[in-house]
Design a protein around this ligand. Structure first.
Ligand SMILES: [Zn+2]
Length: 329
C-alpha cells in the first residue's frame, strides 16, 4: 500500500463505531497470525545482521520478496538476500501455512495426521509430510541433558516398523532371487491369523527413558536389549553422587555396582512401584504413558523416522514455541 493511502486508511479508523472496531481487531489478529512466520523470519535476519554469502554487515533495504519478506542488498558483494536465505525453511513457498503446521506440531492438543492437516490447509499430503521431516531435521538431536539427585530410569518398547518399504512386494514379485524378509508383516498376524512366535521380542525396540526430580528428561533409542548396551547408555547420564531408581534390570545393577552409585530397585508391576517414599520410577512411568499416547495415532511410525518422533515428543514436552524452531532453522 502506498504511503499516502496508508495515512488515509489510518485516518478512516477514527470513523469506526465500537462494533466495527471489534471486527477490525479480529481482522488484524488474523493477519498477524498469517504474517507471524514472516515476522519471525525477519527477526532472524535482524539478529544475524550479516550477509549469508560474504558475511559483510553493510546492507540496504531492497524491496520485499514475493512472500512479502524484507529483502536486503549486501554492501559488499551486492547480492540480495532475506532472512530465509540459507535457512532450512528458505525454500518453503507458503511460510504462513508452514507456520500453521508447525503450530499444530507443537500445540497442547494432539497433533493432526498428515492427511487431515493437508486437507485443512488445502495442500498435498506429501508437502505436509516433507514439512514434518524438515522440522525433524531442524530439531535434530537436541543438547545433552544433565541429570542430578534422584534419577529414574526405565525402558519402553516400540515395535520395529518398515512402513513404506516394498520388501514383501519385491519378494513376491521375484521369490527366486529376493529372499523373504526376516519377519512377517505385523498386520498378517491379525489378517492371516499367524501365531505370535518366539523370538518376536527382538523386534521390539527399546527406548531408554530417564528423568530426575528437577524436570530433566530424555528419551533415547537403544540399539538392542542387552544389559551392556543399557549400561553404556546410562553411564554418562548418572553422576557419581546421584541416586538411581530402576526396575533392577541387569544394565542398571551393573552400572550401580561399577560406579558405586546408590541404587533402589522398584517393581515394574502396579503396587510395587515405590521402594520407599521418594524412591520410585513414577515420573518415567508417566513419561511412558505420554509417549504411548503421543505415538499411537501414528500407527507405528517407520523405524527409520523413530528418532525424529522421539525428539518431537521431547520438544513438545519442553514447551518449545514455533518461533524457537524458526530461529534455529
Ligand atoms: Zn555479501
Amino acid at each position: 500500500m502506498l504511503h499516502h493511502d496508508f495515512r488515509r486508511f489510518l485516518d478512516a479508523l477514527d470513523e469506526l463505531n465500537p462494533a466495527q472496531i471489534e471486527d477490525a481487531q479480529t481482522k488484524i489478529r488474523d493477519l498477524r497470525r498469517k504474517t507471524e512466520a514472516i515476522s519471525e523470519i525477519e527477526a532472524r535476519t535482524n539478529q544475524e545482521h550479516k550477509c549469508p554469502f560474504c558475511g559483510d554487515e553493510r546492507r540496504q533495504k531492497w524491496g520485499r520478496t514475493r512472500t512479502k519478506v524484507q529483502r536486503y542488498r549486501c554492501g559488499g558483494c551486492q547480492k540480495t538476500y532475506s532472512g530465509r536465505t540459507g535457512s532450512a525453511i528458505g525454500r518453503i513457498h507458503r511460510p504462513d501455512l508452514f507456520m500453521v503446521a508447525l503450530r499444530d506440531m507443537l500445540g497442547t492438543s494432539a497433533p493432526q495426521s498428515v492427511r487431515k492437516l493437508a486437507k485443512r490447509l488445502g495442500l498435498n499430503k506429501y508437502t505436509v509430510w516433507r514439512w514434518r521431516m524438515l522440522v525433524f531435521s531442524i530439531i535434530g538431536e537436541g543438547a545433552a541433558t544433565a541429570f542430578s539427585g534422584i534419577i529414574e530410569a526405565d525402558e519402553t518398547y516400540q515395535r520395529e516398523s518398515r512402513k513404506g518399504s516394498r520388501e514383501w512386494a519385491r519378494h513376491f514379485a521375484d521369490p527366486q532371487n529376493i529372499p523373504q524378509p526376516p519377519r512377517p508383516r505385523w498386520e498378517d498376524f491379525t489378517t492371516q491369523g499367524l501365531k505370535m512366535m518366539r523370538g518376536l521380542s527382538r523386534w521390539q525396540l527399546p527406548i531408554l527413558t530417564v528423568a530426575d526430580r528437577s524436570g530433566a528428561r530424555l528419551f533415547q533409542r537403544l540399539a538392542n536389549r542387552k544389559g551392556a548396551t543399557l549400561e553404556r547408555a546410562m553411564n554418562p547420564l548418572v553422576p557419581g553422587d546421584a541416586v538411581l531408581c530402576s526396575d533392577g534390570a541387569n544394565g542398571y545393577a551393573k552400572l550401580a555396582t561399577a560406579s558405586g552409585i546408590e541404587h533402589f530397585v522398584v517393581g515394574s508391576k502396579p503396587g510395587t512401584r515405590v521402594a520407599a517414599g521418594c524412591y520410585h520410577i513414577q515420573n518415567v512411568n508417566s513419561l511412558h504413558a505420554q509417549y504411548n499416547k503421543f505415538i499411537k495415532p501414528f500407527c507405528g511410525p517407520a523405524t527409520k523416522n523413530l528418532n525424529g518422533y522421539i525428539r518431537w515428543l521431547e520438544v513438545r514436552l519442553g514447551g518449545a514455541l514455533p518461533a524457537d524452531i524458526i530461529r534455529t532453522s
